[in-house]
Design a protein around this ligand. Sequence first.
Ligand SMILES: C[S@@+](CC[C@H](N)C(=O)[O-])C[C@H]1O[C@@H](n2cnc3c(N)ncnc32)[C@H](O)[C@@H]1O
Length: 299
Amino acid sequence: MQTMATQPKTLFEQFLAPLFERLIDREALIRLRDSIDWPTQIDAFTDPQVVYPEYYTTSNFHGIPKGYLNIDAALTYDPITQYVLPPGETWVRGSLVQAVQGSPRRLLDLGCGTGSTTLMLKRRFPQAEVIGLDLSPPMLVMAAHKARVANLEVTFRHGNALATSFPDASFDGVCATLLFHETPPAVAKAILQESFRLLSPGGQVLILDGNQRTLRATDWLNTVFEEPFIRAYAQGNVDAWLGLAGFERVRTEDVFWLNQLSYGLKPRSVAEPTPTEPPQDWAEWENPYPGAGPLPQPA
Ligand SMILES: C[S@@+](CC[C@H](N)C(=O)[O-])C[C@H]1O[C@@H](n2cnc3c(N)ncnc32)[C@H](O)[C@@H]1O
């Protein structure tokens, strides 16, 4: 059996970790870490009823032991993520926010992590009740910290996207950003079924994640990022998963090169067909990366 000292370094440890270490402002991270009372906050965000699915507690995400259930993961997530969403994090996340239809009253962000998309949703729809749900208390602590700093009223909840405790038909929009490449495909499909249950008739589901076509064509990316389920995700098809869950008007669009946005609607009653209007205010969205071309347009 190999000892720790002789264990070969993973690609992440060899190449990406040292690179990110150079890009991260370590002093700022330490200041941020010390400004939060982690034990109290983690306690406040921990629901003892939550049962962690096996894939979540037994996998190493991004080479971090215990995946997301630790403070380091919560502290380093944002500084690293900004470098892995070309052409830019705000632009990529904005593709989802801008595709939300109409004026939703209640929005749910599943696997919200540190709340980056959740806060953008609240900024875009200030009148809406916006809720972020995640399995990781440390990630939720970070998300709540960001909301406080931004003076945004968002609710963050500890919970499992596979089986939330929210009532049927209680949201107009349910979304997930960068969640599905981190779950086994069977879990992603089950989360879509739960999303279907949570949506009111005519409600919208939106999934922003890695571009499955690109990931299939560039297998080295799957090795580099050390995501345990990314190859299985790449072989799948979110479009088909949405159809299986019962959604209609399903579409998937490229978001630049590395990401894709999929969306669909929960059918209204058979007698009342779904509306055909495009998302509102599409043209008003400011594209901070004009060099990357126009934002993906709705159908
Ligand atoms: C890659 S992060 C994405 C975070 C955030 N959505 C973003 O776009 O930055 C994946 C997140 O999904 C959460 N997660 C994974 N499985 C989950 C599940 N079954 N229910 C709720 N959250 C889950 C993890 O704790 C982690 O915070």
